[in-house]
Design a protein around this ligand. Structure first.
Ligand code: ZN
Ligand code: ZN
Length: 123
């Protein structure tokens, strides 16, 4: 059962200012930077990538990044059932599924998260 605070009434992608805006059923509004969303991609590949980076930083070793940096441009988006949204990023990546409940918990506004948005927890 979905709470009104994780049910979106309206979802808009504003490419000009690189924001995803969600108006929630309880009246709250959230605005997510697309860069941040891209950096939080919850797919298995990106999660492993982030984990590897954390371990490298912890061990003090560095790896040359030879690949193109991930693109935070959005070329498309679609709802996954009623519970999540999936984005098509400009670099062709499209496997990350962002549950609305997780997005709401990571709302970057000062009311929801005065200390800044926590990492997106997708499961
Ligand atoms: Zn990903
Ligand atoms: Zn908020």
């Amino acid at each position: 059962m979905m709470n009104t605070n994780s049910r979106p009434l309206d979802v808009k992608i504003q490419r000009a200012n690189k924001l995803l805006r969600i108006q929630w059923a309880d009246g709250h509004n959230s605005a997510y930077a697309l860069d941040w969303l891209r950096s939080q991609c919850p797919c298995a590949t990106c999660r492993e990538e982030r984990l590897a980076r954390v371990m490298e930083e912890a061990s003090g070793s560095f790896r040359l990044n030879t690949g193109a940096p991930p693109s935070a441009a959005i070329v498309g988006a679609e709802f996954v059932g009623a519970y999540a949204i999936r984005f098509d990023w400009g670099d062709g990546h499209s496997t990350g599924i962002y549950p609305f409940s997780a997005l709401r918990q990571s709302c970057p506004c000062a009311v929801c998260n005065p200390g800044g948005a926590p990492p997106l927890i997708a499961d």
